[in-house]
Design a protein. Structure first.
Length: 156
């Protein structure tokens, strides 16, 4: 028996993702960056000077999209790209003072949005929701692929 469209997890994840990205993009418009670049800044706030490839891996974003996002951040003056002293073919990404000054505002935007999204949940439900999102997200990320070829013939 086929499930109702409302019962597919991917539908709700997609809705939440699109609404989140749209909201964050609108909030960050004045800073000249979008929601995609914000995720890179968040990682760099925790570990400044990471290799560009490492950022791609941590965010599960392909190299071409990472390059575009970093290039935009360089153009806006939020990061600088420097050759890795250990590997001249690789680059390390460093925050600028402008990015450091943006940190509180960026984190505030994300915190307020999280509060809005989770407003109807208890503290316990919020913790469980985040735990389950992390668990399922990590399980999919650990497979190293996005396609679901073995699932493509199943729809129940």
């Amino acid at each position: 028996m086929m499930r109702c469209p409302e019962d597919y997890v991917g539908r709700w994840l997609s809705i939440l993702y699109r609404m989140t990205m749209s909201h964050v993009a609108q909030e960050l418009k004045a800073y000249g960056i979008g929601s995609g670049q914000a995720m890179f800044l968040l990682e760099l706030f925790h570990r400044d000077g990471m290799r560009q490839e490492e950022l791609s891996r941590l965010l599960n974003i392909d190299g071409a999209n990472t390059t575009r996002a970093i290039t935009k951040l360089v153009q806006e003056g939020y990061v600088v790209r420097r050759p890795d002293p250990e590997d001249g073919r690789a680059y390390r990404i460093y925050l600028t003072e402008k990015a450091v000054e943006l940190r509180a505002d960026l984190c505030g935007v994300l915190r307020r949005w999280d509060d809005y999204l989770l407003a109807g949940l208890t503290h316990t439900e919020k913790a469980l929701f985040l735990q389950l999102l992390k668990k399922t997200g990590q399980a999919v990320a650990d497979t190293g692929r996005c396609s679901s070829c073995e699932l493509s013939t199943r729809c129940s």
